[in-house]
Design a protein around this ligand. Structure first.
Ligand code: TRP
Ligand code: ZN
Length: 485
């Protein structure tokens, strides 16, 4: 597939599909704009309700219904059983959060599935569903600054998101032997109730029970060996560093696994569907080697382990799931792996605050592919840049990458012109300052969130230059910027 060439950005499978906007979205939007809370509980009268119910969105203007307002999640504990034969997911999610306002009610994002019971601080809570919003009304209102936990018991056959905002199918996808879970940008809600937006990162515990013989893989590291009792096996995984909801995964199925450490000592977990058994050793070795290489270029690896999961589900794409990128049905080139592993620094450790800044993820990861190509003795970053620059009629010149568009979030411009922006910046300020800037970006915002404005400000500070016109031309204007060759 063309998408797997080392210097070609992995393309979203449906970047060019027609937009099919579900009717319910328009309905939800008009409720939001009218200031009407979809929560309907007796405690929410006209007087108090508007000011003390958490908002149904986190405030991303392009995706107003994504995430939620009024609280910050600290930790998710997902206790889930999945049976590949029936495709049913059953269990509970406990969300530990801190209120950032008084809350008579608050929202979680949840798509499909049946909620049977909700408790807040152990006490029965009211709940309601409206589209992909789950509204929780605690028995006692929560005060601003208080820590609270909400447990949602739920079950059902997960339904992935299809064709939302031109994004193809993503979320929890059932496979022949298990599940393939890739959730960017807002598919976490297809398998657990969440504040489903990268602006609210949290740590995670996954307790996943599957039929004996099936392997369950999630982010982070295993708390101990899997425990089989009777016909089922329970796997416990912990991601102890903050993670955006779209990077959470539970890959289940038949897997061959290899574990160990990279030459520099980073723990590696690599797993392949038995159909890809011959790829396991190279996937394992290259994942470790590339992670080590990026630690030299970008600064210390931010997480506690690295790895890869290669399933036989033919998604044709990859996703940078935290600590374990996922490859859907193809043996990745080292270029693709270099892209997904670079995301561990750019996207996963340093996360975006709103989707329009997506070039901070994809431009950086694509530029990493070019750096890898050069390191690997193939085309130099400069020659890749020049080849793209010569394409004067490429559609990317009419799409400013610094403002990713809702209807075409993963446009090639966000990847390629985003990467070109970094290379042009490198020419502009020189190698020593450029690589110092990249390391400083990774360390300053490590485990946090950042914006394009912050990147520009840091570039100007590190270089002691006014780069307004430079970034304006590369990121925010249509048309090919003047060459800085
Ligand atoms: N971030 C992925 C990459 O560049 C692409 C991607 C976007 C994706 N949305 C996705 C992959 C959903 C899988 C599912 O590698
Ligand atoms: Zn990417």
């Amino acid at each position: 597939m063309a998408a797997h060439r080392s210097t070609t950005p992995p393309r979203h499978p449906a970047r060019s599909r027609t937009i099919v906007r579900p009717l319910s979205l328009g309905v939800a939007l008009s409720l939001v704009t009218a200031g009407i809370s979809v929560a309907c509980s007796p405690s929410e009268g006209a007087v108090r309700g508007a000011s003390s119910a958490g908002a149904p969105g986190i405030g991303d203007a392009d995706f107003p219904e994504d995430g939620n307002g009024g609280y910050d999640v600290e930790h998710y504990t997902l206790k889930l059983s999945y049976d590949p034969a029936t495709k049913r997911l059953v269990g509970s999610a406990t969300v530990q959060a801190e209120a950032v306002q008084d809350l008579t009610a608050f929202h979680l994002d949840l798509h499909g599935l049946t909620v049977s019971r909700v408790t807040v601080g152990g006490a029965e809570a009211g709940f309601g569903r409206q589209g992909d919003e789950l509204t929780v009304t605690p028995a006692t209102p929560i005060t601003d600054g208080a820590r609270f936990d909400v447990t949602v018991h739920y079950s059902g056959v997960p339904d992935p998101i299809r064709n939302y905002a031109n994004l193809g199918t993503y979320g929890f996808i059932a496979t022949a032997d298990g599940s393939f879970v890739t959730c960017e940008p807002n598919g976490a809600k297809t398998w657990f109730p969440s504040n489903d937006h990268p602006a609210d990162k949290a740590t995670y515990t996954f307790e996943i029970t599957v039929p004996a013989g099936v392997t369950a893989i999630a982010n982070g590291e295993q708390a101990g060996p899997p425990v089989t009792s009777g016909a089922t096996t329970k796997f416990v995984w912990r991601e102890k560093h903050p993670m955006a909801s779209y990077l959470a995964t539970m890959m289940t199925g038949k897997f061959d696994v290899r574990t160990g450490t990279s030459p520099a000592g980073i723990p590696i977990y690599a797993a392949v569907d038995p159909a890809f058994r011959s790829t396991l050793d190279s996937l394992y070795t290259e994942s470790g080697r590339i992670t080590d290489y990026w630690a030299g270029v970008f600064g210390p690896y931010p997480f506690s382990s690295t790895g890869a999961v290669l399933d036989d589900y033919s998604a044709g794409y990859a996703l940078e799931n935290q600590t374990k990128p996922i490859y859907g049905g193809f043996s990745p080139t080292t270029g693709i792996m270099a892209h997904e592993l670079a995301h561990q620094w750019f996207g996963n450790s340093v996360s975006i605050t709103r989707w329009k800044d997506l070039w901070l993820n994809e431009g950086f990861a694509t530029y990493a592919e070019w750096l890898w190509s050069e390191h690997d003795g193939k085309a130099s970053a400069d020659s890749v840049f020049r080849a793209y620059y010569e394409k004067a009629l490429d559609p990317m010149w009419s799409y400013p990458p610094g403002r990713a568009q809702r209807a075409d979030l993963f446009n090639n411009s966000v990847y390629t012109r985003g990467a070109m922006t970094l290379h042009a910046l490198r020419r502009e300020i020189g190698d020593p300052l450029f690589f110092a800037l990249i390391k400083k970006w990774a360390s300053t915002h490590r485990y946090g969130n950042a914006t394009t404005e912050q990147f520009i400000a840091m570039a100007q500070q590190v270089s002691a230059r006014n780069l307004t016109a430079f970034f304006d031309g590369w990121l925010f204007r249509t048309g090919r910027p003047a060459a800085t060759i």
